[in-house]
Design a binder for this molecule. Structure first.
Ligand SMILES: [Cu+2]
Length: 147
C-alpha cells in the first residue's frame, strides 16, 4: 500500500520536475524578437531612452528636414549610421547586454540610449520544480516508513 503510494509520489515528482526544468527554456525561446521604433523628430530621439531585450532590433527614422546620425558614445561601439536624410532609416539588432548610449554626430546635444536587458520569462517554472521536489520528498518518506 505504502509502497504504491511512494511510487506514485515519486513518479509525479519526477514528471513535475521534468516539466518545470524543460518549460523554462522553451517559454523563453517562445518569446519572439521585437522591433522598436525610435523617431528622430525636432532634433530629438523619441523615445530618448529605450529599454529592450536581447535579440531585439531598433529602427531609427529621421522625420526631420535636418540630417542626423546615430553614433555610439558608450557601451559597445556598434551604432554607426551614415548621415540620415529626411525619411531615411537606420536599424540595428542588439545581442549584447549593455547600455548603448549614442548621439547625433552633427548635433552633439542630441543624445539617446538603448538599454538591453535579459529576457524575462513570461512563464515561471519555479512552482513546478518546487512541487516536484515536494512530491519526491513525500515519496522518499513513505519508502523509509515502510522499511
Ligand atoms: Cu542631428
Amino acid at each position: 500500500m505504502n509502497g504504491n503510494l511512494a511510487l506514485i509520489f515519486g513518479a509525479v515528482g519526477l514528471l513535475t520536475l521534468i516539466v518545470g526544468a524543460t518549460a523554462l527554456p522553451i517559454m523563453m525561446g517562445a518569446r519572439g524578437a521585437t522591433t522598436w521604433d525610435v523617431d528622430i523628430s525636432s532634433s530629438t530621439f523619441v523615445p530618448q531612452n529605450l529599454p529592450i531585450q536581447v535579440g531585439d532590433t531598433v529602427v531609427w527614422t529621421n522625420l526631420d528636414g535636418l540630417a542626423h546620425t546615430v553614433t555610439s558614445t558608450g557601451g559597445q561601439t556598434e551604432l554607426d549610421s551614415p548621415i540620415l536624410g529626411n525619411g531615411d532609416t537606420y536599424s540595428h539588432q542588439f545581442n549584447t547586454l549593455d547600455t548603448f548610449t549614442y548621439r547625433c554626430d552633427i548635433h552633439t546635444f542630441m543624445t539617446g540610449s538603448v538599454i538591453v536587458q535579459t529576457v524575462i520569462p513570461e512563464f515561471s517554472s519555479i512552482p513546478f520544480v518546487f512541487l516536484g521536489i515536494l512530491a519526491l520528498v513525500v515519496g522518499l518518506m513513505l519508502v523509509r516508513r515502510r522499511v
